[in-house]
Design a protein around this ligand. Structure first.
Ligand code: B12
Length: 214
């Protein structure tokens, strides 16, 4: 049964079947299947195969966009179920956004949701977020953590720009910075003097908790 659901979610994304993906997502909710596993091992795997096909020029942007839409619409069905049974105690404040020039927001939004359901107060700045917006929001909200996402090698540099801008206004010492996204690595985090890198949404929750307990 479990394998079947994961296989069908993956295939719906691979077949650009938005309605089909949403229908299986609803089934996940009805049967009480773990929504995080459905997101990561079903939808996510489908989308990463689509990404590889795009890179190999076997498919083009319109197909990529429909596959992403299938993932996004299914997520809207699955995300409310992630929150069930979690504590509401606020562990810390987080500002998160995808950096300027980058419109990929699926992974960032999953990270934001997992932080929220695990007790963080999350301010999601969305995608294509100018450096100045990260700084302004940091001044306003006084977060414990700033999370930045980048999916393009060309936009990763914006993470360093945000860190430098925080230094300039004297806020760098007051926040922890976590970076993530497919092209980002622990080595990159170190290079730009971020506090941490996390590979996926659950790892980000663990890293965020560890950083705040230091
Ligand atoms: C879906 C997708 C799109 C969708 C995005 C829709 C949306 N609303 O997000 C659309 C179709 C719009 C798109 C557009 C483009 N895309 Co695109 N896209 C993808 C694809 C297939 C999947 C990304 C995704 O959503 N994955 C699923 C999520 C769940 O995974 P994730 O994003 O990696 O997030 C996880 C972790 O990385 C981590 N994480 C993410 N953010 C953060 C943040 C923090 C703080 C932390 C701790 C962790 C973390 O946790 C997440 C959950 O586990 C990737 C291929 C790939 N394998 O990554 C290409 C890919 C990223 N795209 C690519 C390209 C080139 C483009 C375009 C330039 C194409 C074009 N010619 O126009 C444009 C970019 C436009 C722009 N300015 O941003 C390339 C990038 C190449 C590179 N290295 O720079 C990739 C790698 C495809 C490829 N193989 O060629 N894309």
């Amino acid at each position: 049964m479990a394998e079947n659901v994961l296989k069908r979610l993956k295939e719906a994304v691979l077949n650009y079947d938005v309605e089909g993906a949403v229908a299986v997502a609803k089934e996940v909710i009805e049967t009480g299947f773990d929504p995080l596993i459905a997101i990561e091992q079903g939808l996510g795997e489908g989308l990463s195969i689509v990404g590889a096909k795009f890179e190999a020029e076997e498919i083009f942007l319109p197909e990529l966009m429909i596959a992403a839409q299938a993932m996004k619409e299914s997520l809207a069905t699955l995300e409310p179920a992630l929150a069930k049974g979690k504590s509401r105690k606020v562990l810390g404040k987080v500002i998160i956004g995808t950096v300027e020039g980058d419109i990929h927001d699926i992974g960032k939004s999953i990270v934001a949701t997992m932080l929220t359901v695990n007790g963080f107060e999350v301010h999601d700045l969305g995608c294509d977020t100018p450096t100045s917006k990260f700084v302004e929001k940091a001044k306003e909200v006084k977060p414990d953590i700033i999370g930045m996402s980048a999916l393009l090698t060309t936009t990763m540099v914006k993470m360093a720009e945000v860190i430098n801008a925080l230094k300039k206004v004297g806020l760098r010492g007051q926040v922890k910075v976590i970076v993530g996204g497919a092209p980002v690595s622990a080595a990159w985090a170190e290079e730009i003097e971020a506090d941490a890198y996390a590979e996926d949404a659950m790892a980000c929750v663990d890293v965020a908790k560890k950083l705040l307990s230091k």
